[in-house]
Design a binder for this molecule. Structure first.
Ligand SMILES: [Zn+2]
Length: 278
């Protein structure tokens, strides 16, 4: 897992900007690792290209992103899906400096492979969709596309579990965002927190809480929330390195990252066991 993290955040990935050779190299690695983890393509191919425009004003030119989508079929209710998302793109090279995006979000992407390895060995009851999304940094474009043109009907999605920046924290603290408005998810989160080997704290989802950033719209879970799919976001507070060239493999909290991914296994397994009841 650490090797995956290191590979995805290496200089030759050139910051994994959407539509660049570095982004394509990262995507090829994701496809290889999906295959190696026993994750099957969702649909005819792993790769789901889409066009988008973003940016201010009318001058924005259309660009192409590519989501990588795979599935592990459930053994009991294969037509109900848990969608696990992590964006693999980052912000590329700026003024000659490579923005490696180790935490943002090589960490979540590599976690997809570890989850794939685990659930191939321990088949889930529900089907699991593994979505390595593109163009998050361009405005959650990959997630917006997933929801606008879903590979399976949205009503068949049990929950979206999004991972974005899960590998750097000195205080062993992982946040889960979304229970403030989706209170029905709280008992399951409490269950997961009790079994977690990191401190799993609910928060960053109350717009009325003074001095605390609201992360409700911060990452790829948000389009799922908007589409009324139950949605949770797992991430850390890392203000110091966020969107800076210092977001590198070497500055990650490696042991914490491993514990977080173990926690994500517990989280997915717990939702698979308990289901989601509103
Ligand atoms: Zn991110």
């Amino acid at each position: 897992m650490l090797k995956d993290l290191q590979t995805l955040s290496a200089d030759d990935m050139e910051g994994r900007l959407v539509g660049t050779p570095g982004g394509a190299r990262a995507r090829a690695y994701v496809v290889d690792r999906f295959k190696a983890s026993g994750i099957a393509p969702l649909g005819a191919s792993y790769e789901h290209p889409f066009a988008f425009t973003s940016g201010r004003g009318g001058a924005a030119t259309p660009r192409t992103g590519v989501n990588v989508l795979g599935v592990i079929r459930g053994t009991r209710t294969p037509d109900r899906y848990i969608v696990i998302t992590a964006h693999y793109d980052h912000i590329g090279v700026r003024n000659g400096a490579i923005f490696n995006g180790a935490d943002d979000n090589a960490s979540g992407t590599a976690a997809l492979f570890a989850l794939g390895d685990y659930f191939t060995a321990n088949p889930p009851a529900h089907s699991l969709i593994f979505a390595a999304l593109d163009a998050e940094e361009a405005g959650l474009q990959g997630a917006r596309r997933f929801v606008a043109d879903p590979p399976v009907p949205l009503e068949q999605l049990l929950i979206n579990i999004n991972m974005d920046m899960i590998g750097r924290d000195a205080n062993n603290l992982l946040y889960v965002v979304g229970t403030h408005t989706q209170r029905f998810l709280k008992p399951t989160i409490e269950h997961i927190a009790a079994a977690a080997n990191v401190t799993l704290r609910m928060g960053h989802d109350n717009p009325d809480e003074k001095g605390v950033e609201d992360w409700t719209r911060a990452s790829d879970h948000f389009p799922f929330c908007e589409a009324k799919v139950p949605c949770l976001y797992f991430g850390v507070e890392d203000f110091e390195n966020h969107h800076k060239a210092t977001d590198k493999y070497e500055t990650m909290t490696h042991d914490f990252y491993v514990r977080v991914v173990q926690t994500m296994v517990v989280a997915v397994k717990t939702f698979d066991d308990r289901g989601v009841t509103r």
